[in-house]
Design a protein around this ligand. Structure first.
Ligand code: NAP
Length: 305
């Protein structure tokens, strides 16, 4: 298929000052080369990262005039002459970082919607190796599939990556955003006890009723939520794992909450402390494992989801 004359709408971020600087452009629909595929984008999902990139608070590289958004699902409508792993009509999601198909994250230079163009457009050409085919049996819709890319894979890697949580364990997830709610759903399916924190009592009530959160703590009205979480665990030993979305501003309470030898998965950078705690000493005191979860290795995750 030749797309020489076909046009599409592509949105680009002119300036990293606000999402209002995202402007539409008319650009050609690209033609895939030998090892590429052309995707018609069906759905996108938003991550906190997209908001941070738009307003200039994202701490990693962003290219000028970037096409925002890392997460899409779509249908393959054309393939290069050497592509034999996927075909026209396949439903796919695209890796967060097309150069990172397995193992740990290698660098910050290739994430879609940041250092390379993302998917806020109608069509995109990507390497065939960057797409993950959705199994025919999947009943997930386009938006659900799009939400697997960054949030889904990161959460999976946090829970089942270097050190896997086990059924029956107690896990604390911070806040009621995409990462934490994905973790809550996976953990409940896995047979874990889940403690959710939030700044909102209404949201806490909602996650109990809707997703079966076992315990909830308001981190605004209970600033020492780490100790409050410990009291909710069997024998007051502490939680087995924490999904830490706050970063510098929450790590102290996360390390307060976990049991000896517990696991803290560092995921986000939502909270800033007045004074940076001594993370090394706190980690030592708990014999804890602190690691960073990333959206790498999507194909393994999609097989499991
Ligand atoms: N490392 C990676 O590869 C990776 C991948 C995905 C996401 N992330 C990062 O992970 C973080 C969460 O992402 P997301 O997409 O889930 O965000 P999101 O959907 O925007 O959710 C953010 C939620 O976090 C909660 N929150 C904010 N400040 C908090 C604090 N001080 N303590 C506890 N909770 C707090 C709030 O929950 P309440 O409203 O309930 O208070 C807020 O609604 C972001 O920093 C994001 O950049 C990293």
């Amino acid at each position: 298929m030749s797309n020489d004359h076909a046009q599409q709408t592509v949105y680009r971020l002119a300036k990293q000052d606000s999402y209002k600087s995202i402007q539409p452009h008319t650009e050609p629909i690209p033609t895939p080369t030998k090892h590429e595929v052309l995707i018609k984008i069906k759905a996108l999902s938003l991550n906190y990262r997209d908001y941070a990139i738009a307003n200039g608070t994202y701490p990693f590289p962003v290219k000028p005039d970037v096409v925002p958004l890392s997460d899409c699902s779509g249908e393959i409508i054309d393939v290069g002459s050497a592509v034999n792993t996927v075909q026209k009509g396949d439903k796919v999601v695209v890796s967060f970082d097309p150069t990172n198909q397995y193992g740990p994250q290698r660098d910050w230079k290739h994430g879609h919607g940041g250092p390379v163009d993302g998917f806020l457009r109608e069509y995109a050409v990507v390497p065939a190796t960057a797409v993950v085919k959705i199994p025919d049996e999947s009943t997930l819709g386009w938006p659900q599939l799009a939400s697997l890319v960054c949030t889904g894979v990161t959460t999976w890697n946090a829970l089942f990556g270097p050190v896997a949580v086990k059924p029956g364990q107690v896990v604390l997830v911070q806040g009621t955003g995409g990462v934490s709610m994905t973790a809550l759903i996976l953990l409940k399916a896995f047979g874990c006890t889940v403690i959710v924190t939030s700044s909102s009592d209404d949201k806490l009530q909602f996650v109990k009723e809707k997703y079966g959160a076992d315990h909830v703590i308001n981190y605004r009205t209970t600033p020492a939520w780490g100790n409050a979480a410990v009291k909710l665990t069997p024998g007051g030993q502490g939680v087995d794992a924490v999904i830490d979305n706050g970063g510098a501003g929450t790590i102290e309470q996360s390390l307060e909450a976990i049991k000896m030898g517990g696991l803290v998965a560092i995921i986000g950078f939502l909270a800033k402390p007045d004074e940076m705690p001594d993370v090394a000493a706190l980690t030592l005191a708990k014999g804890a494992i602190v690691f960073v979860a990333s959206p790498s290795a999507p194909s393994n995750t999609s097989r499991n989801l």
